[in-house]
Ligand binder design. Structure first.
Ligand code: PHB
Ligand code: FE
Length: 329
């Protein structure tokens, strides 16, 4: 396998729209007022620009996540933890049959730099692809003023357990982020903390609902607890997951409020496998051999549990581990 450490090249700027066209390996990326156009030697593809940018900033921010990130049915990336495939049509039956599919492998740093460069050029002030569509402007139209704030929300890492003295102002802190409009009707009780003498200032508890209700982004899980490779993320979801995620391992969802509808399809072909409507309190495991996309009609709260054990993807890919976590009966 050839791994390209290619750097992204600027091919020129369109006078009419102000947007730059880029090349990474043999893929070219061009945008106009409405669409992103991706081309490769044997084919080309068109994606609505909002969809493209919402997927791209998440792909960068998540470090390419676990396994496959499909921007839509055709274009996306696969994470090999150090290297990343950029593909077009490689997991789409129609493109495969037509023989126009294409895949190139790059270092993760090369793809990250390329996607950051494209996003910076194609995103203007007034549009934030991490916000819910009702809470931000539109990316359509010619290039506007460049955004000066960070495109990707850097993690605001807690120094201590959230809310303990010495931690920075965090989302659970009322002086930080306001409660989102969708959660304005919730009451947030604060936990009673009874501490053994001598442990004052070391033990604390927060209301996790209050914490999630203050998230200003959507479909962007943040780590709320880690023990070894066990990663617990919480996130607030509104509108649709802007990517289709193809798992390389199991992941668990716990629906904490409201509801999310999931479309589940075969990872390799995209053939439909099922639909799930998760209501508050529902728990499900997404198997290791599927792709899925969530739709949240109203802003909702979701907990995602990931197993970050290195090499796990190979144990699923080889068939050593079954694609689902539990045998019932
Ligand atoms: C997922 O692909 O499993 C996923 C991604 C982002 C979210 C929630 C779930 O916010
Ligand atoms: Fe997923």
């Amino acid at each position: 396998m050839t791994v390209l450490d290619a750097t992204i090249e600027r091919l020129g700027t369109d006078d009419a729209t102000g947007y730059t066209t880029f090349q990474l390996g043999s893929f070219t990326f061009r945008r106009d007022e409405y669409f992103a156009h991706v081309s490769w030697p044997k084919g080309n593809h068109i994606i609505e620009v909002d969809r493209f940018l919402r997927a791209m900033v998440r792909d960068i921010g998540w470090g390419f996540f676990y396994g496959w990130i499909f921007f839509d049915d055709v274009f996306g990336t696969t994470n090999h933890y150090g290297t990343v495939d950029v593909f077009a049509g490689s997991y789409d039956r129609g493109c495969k049959e037509a023989g126009i599919d294409h895949l190139e492998t790059f270092t993760a740093d090369a793809v990250s730099e390329a996607f950051t460069t494209i996003s910076q050029d194609w995103i203007s002030e007034g549009y934030d692809p991490l916000n819910a569509p009702l809470e931000t402007g539109t990316p359509i139209g010619p290039k506007g003023a460049e955004r000066t704030d960070p495109l990707l929300r850097a993690f605001i890492a807690a120094d201590r357990m959230l809310g303990l003295p010495g931690d920075k102002p965090v989302r659970s802190d009322a002086s930080g982020f306001p409660v989102n409009r969708a959660f304005a009707d919730l009451d947030f009780d604060t936990p009673d903390i009874e501490c053994e003498p001598g442990f004052e200032g070391q033990l604390h508890a927060i209301n996790l609902f209050d914490h999630i209700a203050r998230s200003d982004v959507t479909w962007n899980p943040s780590i709320s607890a880690v023990s070894r490779a066990n990663i617990c993320c919480v996130t607030s979801e509104e509108h649709m997951l802007p990517v289709i995620h193809g798992n390389d391992r199991n992941e668990w969802f716990i629906q904490l409020s409201d509801e999310i509808h999931w479309n589940i399809a075969d990872k390799n072909t995209g053939a439909p496998r099922g639909r799930i409507e998760m209501k508050a309190g529902d728990v499900c495991a997404m198997p290791a051999d599927i792709r899925h996309q969530g739709f949240s009609p109203k802003r909702s709260m979701l907990m995602v549990m990931e197993n970050g054990t290195p090499g796990l993807e190979q144990r699923y890919a080889s068939g050593e581990l079954k694609p689902y976590p539990v045998d019932f009966g």
